[in-house]
Design a binder for this molecule. Structure first.
Ligand SMILES: Nc1ncnc2c1ncn2[C@@H]1O[C@H](COP(=O)(O)OP(=O)(O)OP(=O)(O)O)[C@@H](O)[C@H]1O
Ligand SMILES: [Mg+2]
Length: 309
């Protein structure tokens, strides 16, 4: 009769083999009754071989998971790209809307002009010129905003961001769209907010996503209102976006952040807006949360770490 310790070298080979990644290594199982073999040894060695087998199978499964995960990440990257293109489409539509309105105003005044000149109505001509100048001002603000957007898209670097200005600028491209839909926008921007540090194009993308969701939620409803509020808390800058839409059902509160969860038609939503926004906030060391239902409507909060003064 021998003891397990007598097969010590063999056990050690198994441990070395497993540790160095040779998961196919198996112990020679001694037969019960073999000369010099302890009766229990067969069971112990069989058990160790089973363990090695399980380890090998687990590794094969892990490799399969890894391949699937890599594939999933590639697909996700492609989807994010297509969502960005969709956002670009929205942007182009926004610019169209925004430019159309001041151009229409200028057009109307120009049509009126010969008549006013004929009448020698100097007062009216001057008023007309003033209104045209305002319209040109609005159009150039849209272009300025678009330039910032394009510049930031190319640079995509982190910089100090004035949150109030960013909220204001993000709305410029949707002002006309919101007005046509009869949506009132309330801006409640705090003075003296500390700056945040981030990628302006990404932060703007988050605000835009939330404003567009709020727009979709309130369109066609009575007292359609979107409120954007900025505030400061110790170490954090907050942007609240609240609407008077139907809100989010309690059972859907988690799901709305899942990729592809959408209640909109195919052409109106990919279901990626909140997923991407949440990712962007995480990259900025911040959070995106849906507040507990405080009727009416939905209330989202963006929380950014404030820059140290
Ligand atoms: N303000 C809101 N009020 C009510 N429901 C909302 C609001 N914001 C988001 N949701 C719900 O969450 C879902 C997911 O929003 P998300 O922004 O991720 O995708 P989407 O708006 O459907 O599509 P897109 O990819 O174009 O943004 C929406 O379809 C809607 O059902
Ligand atoms: Mg959306």
């Amino acid at each position: 009769m021998t003891h397990v310790a007598d097969r010590y070298d063999e056990l050690l080979s198994l441990i070395h083999a497993l540790a160095s990644g040779d998961l196919a290594f198996r112990l020679r199982v001694p037969k019960a009754g073999e000369p010099g073999v302890h009766d229990d040894l067969e069971a112990v060695f069989l058990g160790l071989n089973m363990l090695a087998e399980e380890l090998e199978a687990t590794t094969v499964r892990r490799d399969a998971y890894q391949t699937a995960l890599d594939e999933l990440q590639r697909t996700q990257a492609q989807l994010v790209q297509s969502a960005k293109l969709a956002a670009l489409g929205e942007l182009a539509a926004g610019v169209g809307h925004e430019m159309n309105q001041p151009l229409q105003v200028i057009c109307n005044h120009i049509e009126e002009l010969p008549h006013l000149v004929e009448e020698r109505d100097h007062e009216e001509i001057l008023r007309s010129a003033d209104e045209m100048q305002d319209a040109v001002g609005r159009a150039s603000e849209v272009i300025r905003q678009l330039r910032t957007f394009a510049r930031d898209a190319v640079r995509s670097e982190r910089e100090h961001i004035d949150v109030g200005a960013m909220v204001h600028d993000s709305l410029v491209l949707f002002r006309e769209d919101l007005r046509v839909r009869g949506i009132e926008v309330i801006l409640d921007l705090a003075d003296d907010l500390p700056p945040i540090h981030g990628n302006p194009i990404e932060v703007q993308q988050v605000i835009t996503n939330l404003v567009l969701n709020a727009r979709d939620a309130v369109t066609g409803r009575e007292n359609a209102t979107i409120t954007l509020r900025t505030s400061v808390e110790p170490g954090a800058v907050l942007i609240d976006i609240q609407d008077t839409g139907p809100g989010v059902l309690p059972e859907l509160r988690k799901q709305i952040f899942n990729p592809f969860f959408t209640s909109k038609s195919e052409e109106n939503g990919t279901g990626l807006g909140l997923t991407i926004s949440e990712q962007i906030m995480r990259r900025h060391g911040g959070t995106l949360t849906l507040r507990n239902n405080e009727p009416p409507g939905a209330h989202f909060t963006l929380r950014f770490p404030a820059e140290a003064p």
